[in-house]
Design a protein. Structure first.
Length: 430
């Protein structure tokens, strides 16, 4: 009562039928004749002769049960494990670059690497994107500048015995002086030939933050070169970074309405609420975990600073957690904000997640956060200590916001005290 069509080699199906009617009849007559159904198909890696591959496939199955992987994701992970472990001697680790190059296109290198890491079979030999970027960009400089600038950037990235590593963003910003280096390279052959006059002439057209960042980068570069004996004299010794007065005004009604119109999903509303009520930074929002929430007592811990949970964040948290529970009920990730990728692991969402949901649509979290701190300073008084305690700010940041608020209060008081006749336009007399 079935077609008897043979299955193809290495097929993932345990049986094939002509149509649904054929499937139903086959099941009916098997039950009628007392014949048990054929065994379900299982991945060949689970029964492989290679003990390493067999244990890796079994561990992938355990991870799928613990982390809520879909059946297709498990099969794809086992395909990737088969590609890298089938012909490998026992105990020999697998390089991450080899995993990315050899696994099938449909397999996830992240899931395969996770399994191999748990079994201590992965060797991470990948190169950070920022290192590749440093090599490519410094190769464009002349020979007299390339090696010294490359060594400087690598020290910024990795740090040394007397300096901590800088962030990748800092490395990118500091190398913004490459137009100055290229301009000097047309008339100079080495960093030691740069003079104070050259530095002054290069900085003269720059203004504001562009000039401040260039001064900071050049001072760092020539200090590094002086300490390593690459130059005789530091031409940036007497350079001073000018303080740029920060101006900030409260958000207008149009800006608030625009944010309300854009933030419509539970995740977007939660991000905006945390920034608007608790002045939370983007990094603190991404790293917020379920352990930081105390919903019954209305308490929240943001970046290690415990505070009372506001009404708006409380409502948005409940809505976001309901959606999280309905979408990823078995996720092991303890972070409040997760997506389809991070739900399979334990890492927080990337900065691009916030940019894609808000920044690319015109919502600036720093603008909302600054408006919240400024509103507190205008309401409770321009007291730096109060701002530092409420929002966990540094003393310099709190003093900056207090100064801005005091200037706004002084301007408002001056306008209110101005006599009415000074507002009337004066008539011209011949």
């Amino acid at each position: 009562m079935h077609c008897g069509k043979p299955l193809p080699e290495e097929s993932r199906r345990d049986r094939a039928y002509c149509d649904n009617k054929c499937r139903g009849l086959g099941s009916y007559y098997r039950r009628k004749a007392g014949v048990p159904p054929p065994p379900h198909w299982q991945h060949p890696a689970l029964t492989s002769d290679n003990p390493v591959l067999r244990s890796a496939a079994a561990h992938a199955k355990q991870l799928s049960e613990a982390n809520g992987w879909s059946p297709s994701l498990v099969r794809c992970a086992m395909d990737g494990l088969t590609a890298v472990l089938a012909d490998r001697p026992p105990g020999k680790p697998v390089k991450l670059t080899e995993v990315r190059a050899r696994i099938p296109r449909h397999a996830s290198s992240l899931r395969v690497a996770e399994v191999l890491t748990d079994l201590e079979l992965l060797e991470n030999d990948s190169v950070l994107a920022v290192r590749t970027w440093i090599e490519n960009r410094t190769a464009e400089l002349p020979a007299g500048f390339a090696s010294d600038v490359r060594a400087w950037l690598l020290v910024l990235l990795d740090g040394d015995s007397r300096a901590k590593p800088r962030s990748h963003a800092c490395v990118y910003v500091y190398f913004g002086v490459h137009p100055l280096l290229e301009n000097w390279a047309t008339t100079r052959g080495h960093l030691r030939e740069i003079t104070v006059t050259d530095v002054t002439a290069a900085l003269s057209p720059l203004r504001g933050w562009q000039r401040r960042n260039a001064i900071a980068a050049l001072r760092s570069l020539f200090r590094f070169a002086k300490k390593r004996g690459l130059i005789f004299a530091n031409p940036t010794t007497r350079l001073r970074m000018e303080d740029i007065p920060r101006s900030l005004l409260p958000m207008t009604d149009a800006e608030v309405l625009a944010v309300q119109r854009i933030a419509v999903t539970p995740a977007q509303r939660l991000i905006v609420a945390l920034a608007a009520v608790h002045a939370a930074r983007a990094t603190a929002i991404r790293r917020l975990t379920l352990d930081d929430l105390d919903l019954p007592n209305r308490r929240i811990t943001i970046a290690g600073h415990g505070q009372r949970l506001g009404e708006l964040p409380h409502q948005t948290l409940l809505a976001s957690l309901d959606q999280r529970r309905a979408t990823w009920p078995k996720t092991p990730n303890r972070h409040v904000l997760i997506n389809a990728k991070t739900a399979l692991g334990t890492r927080p969402v990337s900065p691009e997640y916030l940019k894609r949901h808000l920044l690319h649509q015109g919502v600036y979290l720093e603008r909302i956060r600054g408006d919240r701190v400024l509103h507190e300073a205008l309401t409770a008084g321009a007291d730096p200590l109060h701002l530092a305690l409420v929002f966990n700010l540094s003393h310099t940041t709190a003093s900056s916001y207090a100064a801005i608020a005091q200037n706004l209060l002084d301007d408002t008081a001056a306008v209110e005290e101005l006599p009415l006749n000074q507002w009337r336009p004066r008539r011209r007399t011949s």
